[in-house]
Design a protein around this ligand. Structure first.
Ligand SMILES: Cc1ncc(COP(=O)(O)O)c(C=O)c1O
Length: 387
């Protein structure tokens, strides 16, 4: 199969990820932080090593300020529900995933939190000035994605970070799309909290993710329980990362995630970005001239994190992804991609969109096969050859 659904989860993973996960499961997968025997200490060291690798990757000073989660959604939920109180105001954008919008809408309904959603242009590009204009006295938090999971558009995160910093407002970035192909420096970007999945661009396994929380921010935990620390107390420890890490960690997954990031470091993030953009440009240029195709992504390297979203005129996106799968053995995603607001913005709420999302391991040959299949579909769509 030609796998072009990397925005959902990356595939394949570097060999080292699989090898180290297997080695962990075979030789040292005891419970980290829960015992003083050699194997527990070894898995504890592996977790610490992963924290260190992740912290230098995002230029985070203290590795203990990284909290491991099972995915980006959990990280975003910890951040949003952990800092907002009744009466607070939040500013976010029209290109967010439901993992941001749903917790915000829940807080709006149940906790009297006020939510402002900033609109973008026809590609969902946001003007940071519009975010600034929406700030009120009670604005506690700005949340934005780094890049859209629907069309790959990149948000002006540096400008938003500066605005938030100057106004003393917390800034949470959802780094789900872009972490692993763009340099994210939490200090340079003035990010207070960064949520990231381990299983997408960071090339780790599913079931991994994390949240960076800047030192000094009070984030109430959404879950309490065993941490292996302060066990004599009924109260959740306040020390990091224990406060947000109740229960046994996904040691093999976290070990795999660390190897995914080491792979990215060994190739170079700029190289990964270059390779992905080369493929995106090829796809874009191959389909933009087709008469019956509408493209919703931009092609510029600074405006696309690795996605081309498109539709054939008047055809449901799900029909096209079905044809890709059944006739051409190509994996991509259609529908609303858990982001209805983005589709309202792109005016594709009724059809959804076909989403091609490339990864570092995709090849030009695969893209040629994709383009040939798109041309074939384009020529035959009215003859209903595939129905
Ligand atoms: C922009 C964005 N945010 C959040 C998520 C949720 O990520 P996860 O599945 O790791 O919870 C996704 C997943 O596709 C995403 O694309």
């Amino acid at each position: 199969m030609i796998y072009l659904d990397n925005a959902a989860t990356s595939y394949p993973k570097p060999d080292k990820v699989l090898e180290e996960m297997l080695r962990c499961m075979k030789y040292y997968c005891a419970n980290p932080g829960r015992g003083s025997h050699k194997m527990s200490l070894e898995s504890g060291r592996a977790i610490l090593n992963a924290r260190q690798i992740i912290s230098s990757f995002f230029n985070i000073k203290n590795p203990m300020n990284i909290v491991f989660t099972k995915n980006a959604t959990e990280a975003i939920n910890i951040a949003i529900t952990g800092v907002l109180k009744p009466g607070d105001h939040v500013v976010t954008t029209c290109m967010e995933h439901n993992s941001v919008i749903r917790p915000l809408k829940l807080m709006e309904k149940a906790n009297n939190v006020e939510v402002s959603i900033i609109k973008g242009n026809e590609f969902g590009e946001i003007d940071a000035e519009d975010i600034k204009k929406a700030i009120k006295k009670n604005t506690k938090l700005i949340v934005s994605t780094l890049s859209s999971n629907v069309n790959g558009i990149i948000m002006p995160v540096k400008e938003i970070g500066t605005i938030a910093h100057n106004k003393g407002i917390l800034y949470l970035i959802d780094g789900s799309q872009g972490a692993g192909s763009f340099k994210i420096d939490v200090n340079e970007l003035n990010v207070d909290m960064l949520a990231f999945p381990g299983h997408k661009g960071l090339l780790g396994p599913q079931g991994t993710g994390g949240l960076y929380i800047r030192e000094g921010i009070k984030v109430c935990p959404i879950m309490t329980g065993g941490t292996g620390s302060n066990s004599e107390s009924f109260a959740q420890p306040e020390i990091y990362p224990d406060v947000h890490e109740s229960g046994t960690l996904n040691t093999p997954g976290i070990v795999g995630l660390a190897c995914g990031i080491e792979f990215i470091n060994s190739v170079g993030i700029e190289e990964i970005n270059k390779q992905k953009h080369k493929l995106i440009k090829k796809i874009y240029e191959g389909i933009i001239q087709l008469k019956n195709v509408n493209v919703y992504s931009r092609v510029e390297k600074t405006k696309n994190s690795g996605i081309v979203a498109f539709n054939f005129n008047g055809i449901l996106s799900s029909e096209i992804s079905y044809i890709f799968d059944k006739v051409y053995n190509i994996a991509c995603r259609s529908g609303l991609h858990c982001s209805p607001l983005s589709h309202e913005t792109l005016k594709t709420i009724k059809t959804g969109a076909v989403r091609i999302s490339v990864g570092f391991f995709n090849t030009e040959k695969e893209i040629e096969i994709l383009l040939n299949s798109i041309r074939e579909i384009s020529e035959n769509i009215n003859k209903c050859l595939f129905k």
